[in-house]
Ligand binder design. Structure first.
Ligand SMILES: NC(=O)c1ccc[n+]([C@@H]2O[C@H](COP(=O)([O-])OP(=O)(O)OC[C@H]3O[C@@H](n4cnc5c(N)ncnc54)[C@H](OP(=O)(O)O)[C@@H]3O)[C@@H](O)[C@H]2O)c1
Length: 304
């Protein structure tokens, strides 16, 4: 999402191409193989930057898994008074994929995710679009993002292809899809919008991808300016980072990786040094005590 920082209509710059090349090369050297996009990121410029790097790096496309997302439309498109909205119509899905393929300089997406649920979606129409995209070889696999268990269940009734991934916000900061499970049947445990989604995905073999897994660096900030319980949680993350000689972001990533759902963190940093530091999470297996201590600190209270 952040390969280009500018969500405007200016062209991409050589400085942006050079920074994107550094970030992508570092990721590949670290063993990262999945790259997440969306048609809307930086108004298409993040995909364009990635496409530039792909074109300049022979063989790279065959070594990576490329995913993009579609279904969000900006305000002002096509007419000045069009509102920001979601659009899972067949026409929009097909048009969106064409745009992503063109910008990414690739013949196919390995994975296409529906970005955010569209209340006006006709599941049969989505199914028809998926069939067409798969038949033409433009998309190999399909998934969803920000979808609840019931929304996925409805879609699965119509779509022939397996839905292989659901990308949701998930981190130590935004822990609700995980922590709701320990709060079943309690008044303080009502998260109707996430209810059962993590378990549903596990049950049906749908990979859970965690967006914003690093909470945008909030746990690395100076503690002085923070309110509770964030302050205590950040203090504990920073202490564990010091003890293990890793970054705070590696601890956050290890917290997600410790969960048995095989959660896939979609790491957003494009800074090669931060990315390298995050990957130290591979070597850091948190104990049950450490995992619960972090959750307890972030929730500001013990488990029931
Ligand atoms: N499906 C969805 O609805 C959805 C929504 C949002 C995001 N996403 C996807 O998820 C990815 C990750 O989300 P995200 O980028 O918002 O969140 P993130 O991975 O939690 O945070 C990364 C962002 O925080 C900045 N940052 C500042 N201090 C940092 C530190 N100490 N350590 C690490 N990062 C720090 C990074 O800047 P630097 O690059 O300068 O390090 C980068 O902009 C996105 O790139 C996108 O692909 C999906």
């Amino acid at each position: 999402m952040h390969l280009s920082r500018a969500w405007d209509d200016e062209d991409i710059t050589t400085a942006e191409i050079s920074a994107a090349t550094g970030a992508i090369n570092t990721a590949v050297e670290l063993g990262i193989t999945l790259f997440d996009h969306a048609d809307i990121y930086a108004r298409g410029k993040s995909e364009r930057l990635f496409g530039e790097v792909l074109q300049r790096t022979p063989g790279l496309r065959d070594r990576i898994v490329l995913q993009s997302k579609c279904g969000i439309r900006f305000a002002g498109n096509p007419s000045a008074n069009s509102p920001g909205r979601y659009d899972f119509s067949r026409e929009h899905l097909l048009r969106s994929v064409e745009g992503s393929l063109r910008r990414l300089n690739t013949g196919h997406l390995d994975l296409l995710l529906l970005h955010r649920p569209d209340p006006l979606a006709e599941p049969a129409e989505v199914a028809a679009a998926f069939d067409e995209l798969q038949r033409s070889g433009k998309v190999r696999h399909f998934g969803i993002s920000n979808h609840s268990a019931s929304q996925i269940s409805l879609l699965r009734k119509y779509v022939d292809q397996p839905l292989v991934a659901n990308q949701i916000e998930l981190s130590l900061l935004h822990h609700y899809p995980i922590s709701e499970g320990v709060l079943f049947n309690r008044l303080d445990g009502i998260h109707a919008d996430t209810a059962g989604t993590l378990d549903y995905c596990r049950e049906h073999g749908i990979l859970v991808q965690a967006w914003a897994p690093l909470a945008s660096g909030k746990f690395s900030a100076p503690l002085a300016g923070m309110d509770e319980p964030m302050r205590s949680a950040a203090a504990l993350v920073q202490e564990m980072a010091r003890e293990n000689n890793v970054s705070a972001e590696a601890v956050l990533t290890a917290w997600l990786l410790r969960h048995p759902a095989d959660i896939q963190p979609i790491v957003g940093t494009t800074d090669p040094a931060r990315l390298t530091a995050v990957c130290a999470a591979d070597e850091l297996r948190l104990t049950r005590e450490e995992w619960y201590a972090l959750l307890t600190a972030m929730r500001g209270q013990s488990v029931p």
